[in-house]
Design a protein around this ligand. Structure first.
Ligand code: CP
Length: 302
């Protein structure tokens, strides 16, 4: 993995992904080590973020490295018309690795082709979010004791939800069964379903949570991605399609865990937060350990 970019989750093999999860366990036990002294990581966020940016920055800081970057393209020379190519070609001479989030699908791949340092895709439009996937895999393994043969439900915006796309692709390596719950307008794209079919795995599609909530191991809730809709009226029509409430968790499996990449809007009622099956804040914390492991591997310090 040394010096390699992570743009699509499939850029790393199943074995490489598992080795990052294993290393992340050691960072969970001991997150503060000065192994990135003399390293500079750039975080270029052309789209808003709380967890991804701050967990990357926390990961670098706890490992003794330095962070440079911007949280808003309007504070960079992009606002003067600078191209992504020129921005990347400049920042790669100031840093050892670039973490980038951008609203355009394919932007991270493009950046990796013009950069002399590795690019980590922190989300490119509605395409993929591979580091979220690594922390999701870590969290699923942590809560279920395994990754294989699980029944996983994805609920909400499966069309635009980039975390769903990359996680489905990764779970195709683990013989999981997929339960896809969405409004008809927001079904999982065929470009992602093809990965399930290629592995001869099974998926079922539903429009209501109640149809599957009693039989799954993981309920992966997602936000309807308002920012991806070209017609605001379309968003208004389906923005309240799913609201998970605590009462709905009666008669669910004892091992069920509710995950959500966050941020949430209203798709998980706050009365769920105190249920022992809610695990989304622990999931967000895992982002630090997994990103520490990923940075350490790509920068070649472990
Ligand atoms: N999960 C996630 O990507 O959250 P942020 O948008 O806050 O980074």
């Amino acid at each position: 993995m040394k010096k390699r970019s992570l743009v699509s989750i499939n850029d790393f093999t199943k074995e490489e992904q598992l080795s990052i999860l294993e290393l992340a366990e050691s960072f969970e036990k001991n997150p503060t080590r000065k192994i990135l002294e003399n390293h500079v990581v750039a975080t270029l966020f052309f789209e808003p973020s709380t967890r991804t940016r701050l967990s990357f920055e926390s990961a670098v800081s706890r490992l003794g490295g330095k962070v440079i970057g911007f949280t808003d393209a309007s504070s960079s020379s992009v606002s003067k018309g600078e191209s992504l190519r020129d921005t990347i070609k400049t920042v790669c001479s100031y840093s050892d690795l670039i973490v980038m989030r951008h609203p355009r699908e394919g932007s991270a791949r493009f950046a990796s082709e013009v950069s002399s340092v590795p690019i980590i895709n922190a989300g490119d439009g509605a395409n993929q979010h591979p580091t979220q996937t690594l922390l999701d895999l870590y969290t699923i393994k942590q809560t279920q004791g395994k990754l294989d043969n699980l029944h996983i439900a994805f609920v909400g915006d499966l069309k635009y939800g980039r975390t769903v796309h990359s996680l489905v692709m990764a779970l195709c390596n683990f013989n999981c069964t997929f339960h896809l719950v969405s409004p008809l307008e927001l079904k999982l794209p065929s470009s992602v379903k093809i990965h399930i079919k290629e592995k001869n795995l099974v998926y079922h599609q539903y429009t209501s949570i109640e149809e599957i909530i009693g039989s799954v191991d993981i309920l992966y809730m997602t936000r309807i991605q308002k920012e991806r809709f070209s017609d605001p009226m379309e968003y208004e029509k389906i923005k309240n399609a799913y609201i998970l409430r605590n009462a709905m968790l009666e008669n669910t499996k004892e091992n069920l865990k509710i995950l959500h990449p966050l941020p949430r809007v209203n798709e998980i009622n706050e009365d769920v937060d105190d249920n022992h099956k809610a695990y989304y804040f622990e999931q967000a914390l895992n982002g630090v350990y997994v990103r520490q492991a990923l940075l350490a591997r790509i920068l070649g310090v472990v």
